[in-house]
Design a protein around this ligand. Structure first.
Ligand SMILES: C[S@@+](CC[C@H](N)C(=O)[O-])C[C@H]1O[C@@H](n2cnc3c(N)ncnc32)[C@H](O)[C@@H]1O
Length: 271
């Protein structure tokens, strides 16, 4: 997908997807794109702005192909095993006993299944909005009545979900490579909704795709993982996300593990 260069406020937005072209004047770093107030995107020509905004920000995860392609590529994502080992170790340290866990953007339930290996008696909610992913999760947990599969769009508040079980309280809320698909305002609101659904002493762990500090480092990351730009991504940097978590009231907020754009951000709701 290509977006032609055009001037919008003070930003030059070049080709958005693909990392191979050197001809684009300057492409918009994902962090910049998501930081752009909508008014800039609409500033010079409403139609062009609207088209560009939807191209930049479109969440493609409800497409079966997009989801299936991820499931193939996720298996070979560099350092995913180390990131998950860090996640599981941290959960074991912070959550001595786990009764109820919520997994936001569960995909095929991969992360939840790892957690159940350590906490076989736990009950869990696997939440996603992609019909394809929900089918995969249903299949994975077909023999586990302790898992509830829920369809919900994270762009809308958790309290709007019709299923009351989403209201918690949870001992653990976990998310893996999912929350970066909502915009930064929604991320902050979602962090508060997560906090509100944790029991006192409960833990939130977000293994996340975060923004690089520069466009060059972002392109290097994409080259290393052999990926193209994903227009569904709305990456936020680690520092901002840690401060959003602290603002919600979380304690022990830290980036517990990081490799390039993959980071483990976590915090506890004080007891
Ligand atoms: C990169 S995949 C990660 C899946 C899984 N957590 C994992 O680690 O393999 C992102 C997941 O987030 C889900 N997702 C993206 N945007 C969402 C939204 N607005 N609401 C709910 N789920 C969303 C996608 O459907 C997809 O399953």
């Amino acid at each position: 997908m290509f977006v032609k260069n055009c001037r919008l406020g003070q930003h030059n937005l070049g080709k958005r997807s693909g990392v191979s072209s050197t001809s684009a004047k300057r492409r918009c770093h994902p962090a910049e794109a998501t930081a752009l107030p909508k008014k800039h995107l609409y500033a010079e020509g409403a139609e062009e702005g609207l088209l560009l905004y939807s191209l930049l920000m479109s969440n493609q995860w409800q497409s079966r192909d997009h989801a299936a392609n991820y499931l193939t590529r996720a298996q070979v994502l560099p350092h995913r095993d180390k990131a998950e080992a860090a996640l599981l170790e941290l959960i074991q340290q912070r959550v001595p006993s786990l009764t109820q866990v919520l997994d936001l953007g569960t995909g095929n339930g991969h992360t939840l299944a790892l957690i159940f290996q350590d906490y076989p008696k736990a009950r869990g909610i696997a939440l996603d909005f992609s019909p394809f992913m929900l089918e995969q999760a249903k299949e994975r947990f077909s023999n586990n009545p302790a898992v509830r599969i829920l369809q919900h769009d994270l762009d809308t508040p958790l309290h709007s979900c019709t299923n009351d079980e989403i209201q918690g309280p949870f001992d653990l809320v976990v998310s893996s490579f999912a929350i970066h698909h909502v915009d930064d305002t929604r991320k902050q609101a979602l962090y508060q909704e997560i906090y509100d659904r944790l029991r006192p002493g409960g833990f939130f762990a977000n293994l996340e795709h975060v923004a690089s500090p520069t466009q060059a480092l972002h392109e290097e990351f994409l080259a290393i993982i052999k990926a193209e730009e994903d227009p569904s991504n709305q990456l936020a940097n680690v520092e901002n996300q840690l401060s959003w978590l602290r603002n919600c009231g979380f304690s022990g907020v830290e980036c517990y593990w990081k490799w390039r754009e993959i980071a483990l951000l976590a915090g506890t709701r004080p007891a």
